[in-house]
Structure formats: structure tokens, C-alpha cells
Design a protein around this ligand. Structure first.
Ligand SMILES: *Cc1c(COP(=O)(O)O)cnc(C)c1O
Length: 314
């Protein structure tokens, strides 16, 4: 595990500028984590591998969408550690491989289609057959229903919160809010756990990329563990659901690249960034310092560009 930890140095927090509402905007660059194109899944994937090692398991089973950043990073981590790995990939009809899926294939990792309706069955069969072959498999989300590994996932962003806290102390700046793209809640939940543990005062505001309020909050709560506070999970900026985006999000992506040379993608970071700007316009009065957590997902930026290139060619 030494080789993985080496890539998980604290990531920089950079000043981006002043917003029209007067708030100073900073960005934490988890897109710059130095392993296989970075992103929050580097921290989370490394936490899972550590957990797996602790349990003495020897075969990794991961699950995610066809364009999953988690599956890409977990595949690469397992390759680098010589851990056999199988990817269960939920694939929509007509969907084509993006760069994440292509990288997984390139690494020679086995990818099995798994319909969203049959995840528990597929996981259960996969684990069973691996056990029969003499392996001790590790399913990244815990049991066949995807429960049980919350504590392992939590450690990743609980630690990252500490980095944010240290930076604030060193720079004598305190953030009023931290914004991020929120999906399953592993990242937001971890940050909240860190905040509660350290007595932090900033709001941690998840911009939903897909889930509705009820399932989103339930996810964050599950990963955060015991806590005393309401969870900020904003569902207004979903733009119709997972993977959907509009011109405003596209404009935000373009602007960020032009102003700062930073890539955002339309599924996670671009959606969350634009959502944050709208949130701040509406209710950000009185906030002085805000932090946007860049959760990575760079291959999705290239998928997006690729779709643009194709549009032009057609
Ligand atoms: C997975 C992912 C998220 C969402 O993280 P969760 O922990 O599932 O809420 C956000 N941004 C990017 C780029 C991701 O890959």
C-alpha cells in the first residue's frame, strides 16, 4: 500500500477570484491527485484497498456505471498492487464506451455487464463463484445489497477535511461554505464526519448530480455516520437527472477552462460548479469565503469534448 499513499499528498487550495456577489472563491484541486487522472475516487479507492487488505481479502469486485470514475481508479489501483479485480458495469442500451471504460479494457481488467435491476443478484453470484474458486473476494460496497463498507469510505474525506482545516489555520481564512458534486454521498458524508469530529463551522453543501432529496440525504447520512445536523443536499440543479446538462453548464465549463485552465465535466464538477454559482446568487449573501471541491473526473471532460468534436464533424 506504500505506493498508493505516496500519491495522496494534500492537494492545493487555490484562489480563483471574486464573484459578483462579493464572495472570494477558492478551489481545492482533488483533480490533481497524482494517480490515474486523480479525483475523489483516488482517496476513496485507496481507502477501500486499505480496508480490503485489513480483512485479508484477495479479489476486488467493484460496481458502477459504464463511465464510472470509481471503476477506472479501482482498476488501476488493483493493477498497481497486483490484486485481481472484476468490474461490474451497469450499461444502458445504446451507450458507448467512454475513456474510463476504455482505460479499464486497456488495463486488461475483466468488465462484466450488470443490469441496474439485478445488482444484488449479480454481486451475489460473482462473489459465490469467486469463493468456489478459492478466493476471498471483497465487494467494494459491502454485502450484496451494497451495505457495510460505509466506514471505510468515510475515512477518505474525513482525512481530506483535515487538510482543508489545516489550510484555513495556516492562511487565517475561514470558509463559510464548501460546495461539491454529490452522488452517492461518500464524499460529502466523509467531509461531514470530519467537520463534526473537528468542530468545524462551515456549511457543507452537496449539489446533487442525480439523486432526489430523500435518497440523496439518506446516502450522505449513511456515509457521514452519527451527526447532529441537517444535511445540505441541493437537488435544484440536476438539470433533469444523471448525465443531463444544459447550455449554462456548458458555458461554465468553457469559462473555467478559459479563465483558469481547469477542466470541469458536465456530469459532476461542471454541474456542481454552475449549481454553486446559482445557489450563491440566490442565498450567498453575507458569505465571504467559499470553497469549491474539484472532485476530478477528467476522463469525462474528454468524453464531453469528444462528443463536441463529433457534433462539428457531422
Ligand atoms: C463519484 C464522483 C462524485 C460524487 O461522489 P460521491 O462520493 O459518490 O457523492 C463527484 N465528482 C466526481 C468527478 C465523481 O467521480
Amino acid at each position: 500500500m506504500k505506493t498508493i499513499k505516496r500519491f495522496l499528498e494534500p492537494t492545493p487550495i487555490q484562489y480563483l477570484g471574486k464573484l459578483s456577489g462579493g464572495q472570494k472563491l477558492f478551489i481545492k484541486r482533488d483533480d490533481l491527485l497524482g494517480f490515474c487522472f486523480g479525483g475523489n475516487k483516488c482517496r476513496i479507492g485507496a481507502a477501500f484497498l486499505e480496508d480490503m487488505e485489513k480483512l485479508g481479502a484477495d479479489f476486488m469486485v467493484s460496481y458502477g456505471s459504464r463511465s464510472s470514475n470509481l471503476n477506472r481508479v479501482v482498476s488501476a489501483l488493483c493493477r498497481s498492487q497486483n490484486i485481481p479485480c472484476r468490474i461490474l458495469s451497469s450499461e444502458e442500451k445504446g451507450e458507448r464506451d467512454g475513456f474510463n471504460a476504455a482505460m479499464i479494457s486497456q488495463m486488461g481488467i475483466e468488465r462484466m455487464p450488470c443490469s441496474k435491476e439485478k445488482v444484488a443478484d449479480t454481486v451475489s453470484h460473482t462473489l459465490q463463484s469467486l469463493r468456489e474458486q478459492g478466493f476471498h473476494p471483497y465487494y467494494i460496497y459491502g454485502n450484496m445489497y451494497g451495505k457495510g463498507n460505509e466506514a471505510a469510505a468515510r475515512t477518505a474525506y474525513r482525512k481530506a477535511y483535515r487538510e482543508i482545516l489545516d489550510w484555513q489555520e495556516q492562511n487565517q481564512i475561514s470558509f463559510d461554505a464548501i460546495f461539491l458534486a454529490s452522488g452517492t454521498g461518500m464524499t460529502q458524508g466523509g467531509l461531514l464526519a470530519g467537520k463534526w469530529e473537528n468542530g468545524g463551522r462551515e456549511k457543507i453543501i452537496g449539489i446533487s448530480v442525480a439523486r432526489d432529496l430523500e435518497s440523496g440525504v439518506a446516502g450522505v447520512r449513511r456515509y457521514a455516520g452519527e451527526g447532529r445536523e441537517d444535511i445540505c443536499f441541493e437537488t435544484e440543479y440536476r438539470c433533469g437527472g444523471y448525465g443531463k446538462y444544459d447550455e449554462e453548464i456548458e458555458a461554465g465549463i468553457r469559462q473555467m477552462m478559459e479563465d483558469n485552465g481547469i477542466a470541469l465535466d458536465p456530469i459532476y464538477t461542471g454541474k456542481a460548479y454552475t449549481g454553486m454559482l446559482r445557489w450563491l446568487k440566490k442565498q450567498g449573501e453575507g458569505m465571504e469565503h467559499v470553497l469549491f471541491l474539484h472532485t476530478g473526473g477528467l476522463p469525462l471532460y474528454f468524453d464531453y469534448l469528444n462528443s463536441k468534436v463529433k457534433e462539428v464533424r457531422q
